[in-house]
Design a protein around this ligand. Structure first.
Ligand code: SAM
Length: 226
């Protein structure tokens, strides 16, 4: 991955809690954050005593490189959001400015934790569909705003391989959102569900309390076979 192809943009622990219905019991689990990028989820959860490893291809870059790239892409992303304002629900964020401030604060929190987290192997350079972890090393794998959302760049086969890999390394997998960037249900969702049902894997949709992209109200939950 080249730095000029990276579009860093990260969410907070509070958003992860609502996107994935994370309860008290989940905070004690060993968690894999897949495609966490510059989210502050890892930094905040670690500060609260959680056990978490995040993987992302951007973790091959230095703190300075990621920070510079955030500054480059920030006005472009904000311009797109303002042009597309009607596609989002403006209740948790009052305005695009409020959204930008929240995202920047999350990404600054990530950057402040990044070098320490790399030493502690909480930020690991890695990419789906192949992960360098042992079978069932994690209790819970979370994937926010990568699978399904970027279906244009990742085929159905890539999705099935990636989720198969997440189920290999984790007892449970939760994925959110299930819409593409167009704002409609991902073309791959039904085929992915059918694929895992055929294998006898427990797979289903669960309502969540988070919604920013309009209509993004559900997560996919997959439970690995015993
Ligand atoms: C829109 S960001 C979401 C960041 C974070 N999960 C959040 O919700 O705030 C998508 C992330 O997916 C990462 N990504 C891209 N290709 C990937 C791959 N093959 N495997 C895992 N992550 C990938 C990107 O580097 C980026 O950080």
């Amino acid at each position: 991955m080249k730095l000029e192809h990276v579009v860093p943009w990260g969410r907070t622990l509070e958003e992860y809690q609502r996107m994935f219905n994370l309860g008290e019991e989940d905070k004690h689990k060993k968690i894999l954050g897949c495609g966490d990028g510059p989210a502050s989820f890892n930094a905040e959860l670690t500060q609260m005593g959680g056990r978490i490893v995040s993987i992302d291809p951007i973790y091959q870059f230095s703190k300075q490189q990621i920070s510079d790239r955030i500054e480059q892409v920030r006005p472009i992303i904000m311009e797109q959001i303002i042009q597309n304002k009607g596609a989002y629900l403006w209740n948790q964020f009052e305005s695009p400015l409020h959204l930008e401030q929240t995202r920047l604060s999350a990404m600054n929190h990530f950057l402040a934790d990044y070098d320490k987290g790399k030493v502690e192997q909480r930020y690991v350079h890695g990419s789906l569909p192949k992960l360098n972890f042992a079978d069932k090393e994690f209790d819970l794998a979370l994937c926010s705003h990568f699978l399904f959302l970027y279906e244009e760049h990742f085929s159905l086969q890539d999705h099935i391989q990636s989720i198969t890999e997440l189920v290999r390394v984790s007892k449970e997998v939760r994925i959110y959102p299930l819409l593409s960037l167009e704002g409609t249900q991902s073309n791959y969702l039904t085929s992915v569900i059918e694929h895992f049902e055929r294998l006898g894997t427990k797979v289903g949709l669960e309502e969540v309390s988070y919604q920013f992209q309009k209509g993004a109200t559900k997560m996919l939950v997959i439970l690995a076979n015993e």
